[in-house]
Design a protein around this ligand. Structure first.
Ligand SMILES: Nc1nc2c(ncn2[C@@H]2O[C@H](COP(=O)(O)OP(=O)(O)OP(=O)(O)O)[C@@H](O)[C@H]2O)c(=O)[nH]1
Ligand SMILES: [Zn+2]
Ligand SMILES: [Zn+2]
Ligand SMILES: [Zn+2]
Length: 304
């Protein structure tokens, strides 16, 4: 995992931002600072299994226990930023969805269509994550949606800190929806909470039906799987039922919708899912505010 080997450190840039403050403990490269210990890879038979041991990972020169410690530190720090984002979004009644997938599954195509179709219904803005280029942000901006690009450099996922800065720049409208397009990668983005309400994993039918069991963490943590590029099914040997069964094997609660981002097939159900989530978020906020108002009234009447 990159939070052990350090590949995610040091190069992220939020578009338009001179990031000149230093957060506590940010000057890592962890792996370089703490050499020593044995590499923890274990091989059995003819296979090489670098996921064996308590860290489920391998980094040359680091023991398994040291890797577990490093990972815990990184993730704890991330979780604090994510919690701040969550609170910030929740106070404003904003629904935030984290779109994750391997590269090229169709996230940007799906978002472009979604943002265009729903622009009249509620305010939508987008945080675009990529290692390099502003291409996706430009595709989104062409629809009129407010968009901030985050380039992660060598990093292979967005983290809570980057997204916090992107939200500050974006200033998304209250009661709206923020889509976060994560870096195309089925592994690392699964570990980093961004403060989102839900993870939506986009899997395209050209990738093969066994992805949910090959990369289980991502599917385990997702609330919804969008099975994209269904327009190509007639040309492929893709076992859709097996794919869905694999997804449910790693996550019995995962919801599944079949869509085609190029034709728009299946999008009505996706919009219904979104609307349901947004209502849930707003009802939750309304409930909290009613409770708060009741407490204020009680305090007022106590004061006579
Ligand atoms: N046939 C078909 N092609 C699609 C569909 N959705 C996306 N594509 C194509 O798949 C390619 C990749 O789409 P993108 O939307 O750029 O994918 P992405 O997930 O944003 O890619 P990254 O940001 O690089 O991870 C493009 O050529 C799209 O036109 C679909 O539903 N059907
Ligand atoms: Zn990584
Ligand atoms: Zn994209
Ligand atoms: Zn910062």
């Amino acid at each position: 995992m990159c939070n052990v080997c350090g590949c995610g450190e040091g190069e992220a840039r939020v578009e338009g931002e001179a990031h000149n403050h230093v957060h506590e403990g940010q000057q890592i490269p962890w792996a370089l600072r703490n050499p020593g210990g044995n590499g923890g890879g274990a091989a059995s038979g003819r296979d090489l299994d670098y996921g064996a041991g308590p860290a489920h990972a391998h980094a040359p020169g680091l023991s398994q226990s040291r890797m577990v410690q490093i990972e815990q530190d990184v993730l704890e720090k991330n979780d604090r930023y994510a919690a701040e984002n969550r609170e910030w979004l929740s106070e404003r009644g904003i629904l935030a969805l984290n779109l994750v997938s391997s590269p090229g599954s169709g996230k940007t195509t799906l978002l472009t269509r979604t943002v265009t179709d729903l622009a009249e219904r509620y305010p939508i803005s987008v945080v675009e994550g990529d290692q390099q280029t502003r291409n996706d942000a430009e595709r989104l901006r062409a629809t009129g949606a407010a968009t901030v690009q985050i380039n992660t450099g060598k990093g292979c996922h967005l983290d809570g800190h980057m997204v916090g800065h992107a939200l500050e720049r974006l200033q998304p409208a209250e009661h709206g929806v923020v889509f976060i397009e994560n870096v195309g990668n089925l592994v690392c983005p699964s570990s980093f909470d961004l403060g989102e309400d839900a993870k939506v994993v986009v899997l395209s039918v050209t990738e093969g039906e066994d992805k949910p069991v090959k990369y289980p963490d991502m599917f385990h943590r997702a609330d919804l799987m969008l099975l994209n590029k269904t327009d190509l099914l007639p040309h492929l040997d893709f076992d859709k039922d097996q794919c869905i069964a694999y997804a449910r094997q790693v996550n019995p609660d995962i919801e599944v919708l079949e869509v085609s981002a190029t034709t728009g097939e299946g999008f009505a159900a996706w919009y219904e899912w979104l609307e349901g989530r947004r209502k849930g978020r707003l009802e939750h906020l309304a409930g909290d505010l009613e409770l708060r108002a009741a407490r204020l009234r009680a305090a007022l009447s106590e004061n006579g």
